[in-house]
Design a protein around this ligand. Structure first.
Ligand code: ACO
Length: 401
């Protein structure tokens, strides 16, 4: 306490805010969230409109360049991204150093960090042009990196990018195609995945974005910063929640077992939580979950599949929303609650879910990183702490302890 008083006297201000629940770390013009009303805007545009009417490439352009592109600007941007999709051939060797059963996120942390060893020419962060090249490289290479992580895990040969396809179509082909066999992109699946990418593109100062900004604030190179973001995203309380949510829904299995799991989630002696429920900022329905739920139906109809897990999810949501505990704590489904159901129907194994999140969030990470570096007020991020350890004491030689 004395220490805080001293600090307060020196600086006039000291806040203790574990988890930064009420501390803004920066100014930003990228994304606005009103958690009480369930509103999410990117540069002013509602997420629902972007998900319904735009494409992931348009949203990427918007986040990086402040405004929606004209048709010519979008063509040029899409072309530029397609020119950067290849990985250096030596990076393929890098994959072979991993065990076959390595988690794709483990591979992605390593490979994205290693990009800094290959692209020295885009690591001068003081130069806006080089920053943009690094950003384009990262957005373009993430699908290739993620698809190669998948191919490696199933023991199939890597597929090179086909730049005649869309960003998302190319990713689907690199993931599910096999050499010497034609791969036809299903337009409904392509659209659904593109929409999932839009829904995950940015979400202001979440844990992984804050990590990217914090790493970047020291002047670290962009590839190292994004690798730090990937590491943070991996946790089950963040990007790992979609994998955890689907695993939970499969474990519940049938709707008759839902009450048992609801009871567990409410029991303070049980660490179990309903995965895909609750959010630090949304104290209302996550607007991304609304789009996600609708997309599940479209994908199921197009692929002619049905999965009992979707029925379990719908009923779980209905029961939880009527429950006093969830109402009082304002716990609603978040973006991760339904995304696993769609990704699984498309054919992705659960271990790839967070990798797909990382792919999409790269757009937000690079846009936020650029915004931070361009900010004249930018300083190295350096939170303070509330020290609760021993007061000063004298060293005792080891023989006298
Ligand atoms: N199931 C049951 N209870 C919950 C849940 C849940 N999913 N989420 C929060 N609670 C309860 C907590 O036990 C706590 O209760 P208490 O006040 O009695 O102690 C209260 O609600 C507040 O929870 P906190 O953990 O303090 O809230 P916080 O804002 O720190 O956490 C988080 C948000 C991490 C998302 C949390 O809701 C959670 O763990 N959800 C499950 C994981 C998940 O879905 N994560 C994805 C988030 S979205 C994303 O990253 C894209």
């Amino acid at each position: 306490v004395t220490d805080i008083r001293k600090l307060y006297a020196q600086t006039g201000m000291f806040t203790y805010d574990p988890g930064f629940t009420s501390t803004a770390s920066c100014e930003s013009t990228l994304t606005y969230i009103d958690g009480d009303e369930g509103v999410l805007l990117h540069r002013g545009y509602p997420i629902g409109q972007l998900a319904e009417q735009s494409s992931f490439m348009e949203v990427a352009y918007l986040l990086l360049n402040h405004e929606l592109p004209s048709a010519a600007e979008l063509d040029k941007f899409t072309y530029t991204i397609s020119r950067h999709t290849m990985l250096h051939e030596q990076l393929a060797q890098f994959y072979r150093g991993f065990r076959r059963d390595a988690h794709p996120m483990a591979i992605m942390c390593g490979v994205v960090g290693a990009l800094s060893a290959f692209y020295h020419d885009s690591t001068d962060i003081a130069d806006p042009h080089q920053r943009m090249i690094a950003s384009h490289r990262l957005i373009a290479k993430m699908p290739t990196i993620a698809a190669m992580a998948y191919k490696y895990s199933v023991g199939q040969p890597f597929l090179y990018p086909d730049n005649s396809l869309s960003y998302t179509g190319n990713f689907l082909r690199m993931t599910f195609g096999v050499p010497a066999e034609p791969y036809e992109v299903n337009p409904v699946v392509e659209r659904a995945l593109d929409r999932i990418f839009i829904l995950h593109a940015d979400h202001e100062q979440n844990a992984s974005t804050s990590t990217v900004r914090l790493a970047g604030s020291s002047g670290a190179n962009p590839f190292a910063c994004i690798a730090a973001g990937i590491a943070c995203l991996w946790g089950p309380a963040h990007g790992g929640a979609n994998e955890a949510a689907l695993n939970m829904l499969r474990e519940i299995g049938t709707p008759d077992r839902i009450p048992e799991y609801i009871a567990r989630a409410k029991d303070k002696n049980d660490p179990f939580r309903l995965m895909g429920f609750g959010h630090r900022v949304y104290k209302n329905y996550d607007p991304r979950a609304t789009v996600m739920q609708k997309t599940v139906r479209e994908v199921f109809d197009s692929l002619g599949v049905s999965d009992p897990v979707f029925e379990t999810a719908l009923q779980l949501e209905e029961i939880a929303l009527k429950d006093e505990y969830f109402a009082e704590k304002k716990l609603f489904p978040n973006v991760d609650f339904y995304s696993g159901v769609i990704l699984s129907a498309i054919g992705f194994p659960t271990t790839m879910f967070t990798a797909l999140f990382a792919l999409a969030r790269t757009v937000g990470w690079v846009a936020q990183w650029n915004e931070m570096i361009s900010d004249p007020e930018q300083k190295i991020g350096r939170p303070r702490q509330l020290y609760t350890g021993p007061t000063q004491r004298d060293y005792v030689p080891v023989g006298e302890r």
